[in-house]
Design a protein. Structure first.
Length: 286
């Protein structure tokens, strides 16, 4: 697989390689070339990676590297990086995104090894693009805790965050997770994306309550991503003239009149020009 971006003799070190999340045709030319040049592939599940290698017509030595890999396994891989090309892959998508790997990267850097990444598919990012929800600011939160108390505590941390939230989930837990999200975050707009880039890809949108009801008696199969929209704007405070005047006087203590009027107008949901006129009147009156 020719690719001018990969040297025939890449430097020894660690190469973090993203692999397809569904359709094997999504493998990049650069990723395929890197896999072909690896001395060893550290794979989350060698059986899964073997299917990708077969698709590419490659036979490359593999070794398991997963959540249960110990310090000795990492040390062995880091030692090999001194003279060999070690490629890290997960079962699907970008390694380290809710997958094992960050400790290997940390130890490789501490040992002064060459470390680089070959970016590519990521289920969390793909789901955001499908959801139609705000994408300018988002938080990837991985899997929710399975126990109710820990899950509620986690959601309490996120409740006030003005960002789209992204979670991974399994089919059997989907309905309960959606119900917990609705309870902990409010009934926000959301999307459930599954089987991304595969034949039966779908992205279902609705409120968290609607989605929980949809999947209550029909847990879906496949890899699932939940995308939850940010909280809505808080309703502006109500203000009579006395309250408005007091707020303007407080704001004008340390702000110019225009800035004070703008801040107070936003706080109460009022016309900025009218509030500015009221502020000028208060200032003139002393």
């Amino acid at each position: 697989m020719p690719d001018s971006t990969i040297s025939n003799s890449p430097l020894p070190g660690l190469y973090i390689v993203a692999t397809p999340i569904g359709n094997l045709g999504d493998i990049t030319a650069r990723a395929g070339a890197m896999l072909a040049r690896a001395d060893v592939i550290a794979a989350e599940d060698t059986r899964v990676t073997a299917k990708l290698l077969s698709h590419l017509g490659l036979r490359v030595p593999m070794t398991p590297y997963h959540d249960h890999s110990d310090e000795r396994t990492r040390a062995t891989l880091v030692a090999r990086m001194a003279s060999e090309v070690v490629v890290l892959v997960s079962d699907a998508g970008t390694p380290l995104i809710s997958d094992p790997g960050y400790k290997l990267v940390r130890d490789a850097r501490a040992a002064g090894r060459h470390v680089t990444t070959l970016p590519g598919p990521c289920a969390a990012i793909a789901a955001i693009t499908l959801s139609g929800l705000p994408s300018d600011r988002f938080l990837f939160a991985g899997f929710l805790p399975s126990k109710a108390k820990a899950r509620a505590d986690t959601l309490a941390e996120f409740a006030g965050l003005r960002a789209t939230l992204v979670f991974y989930e399994s089919g059997p837990r989907l309905a309960s997770a959606l119900s917990a999200l609705a309870e902990g975050l409010g009934d926000r707009d959301a999307a459930v994306a599954r089987e991304i880039s595969k034949m039966f890809e779908e992205c279902v949108t609705g409120t968290l309550t609607e989605l929980a009801a949809r999947y209550a008696d029909a847990p879906p199969k496949g890899e699932i991503v939940i995308v939850v929209g940010p909280p809505g704007e808080a309703a502006p405070e109500a203000a009579d003239d006395a309250t408005l005047a007091a707020a303007l006087r407080d704001a004008m203590v340390d702000k110019p009149v225009a800035q004070a009027a703008k801040a107070v107008a936003k706080r109460f949901g009022l016309d900025r020009h009218a509030v500015y006129a009221r502020a000028l009147a208060l200032k003139d009156a002393g």
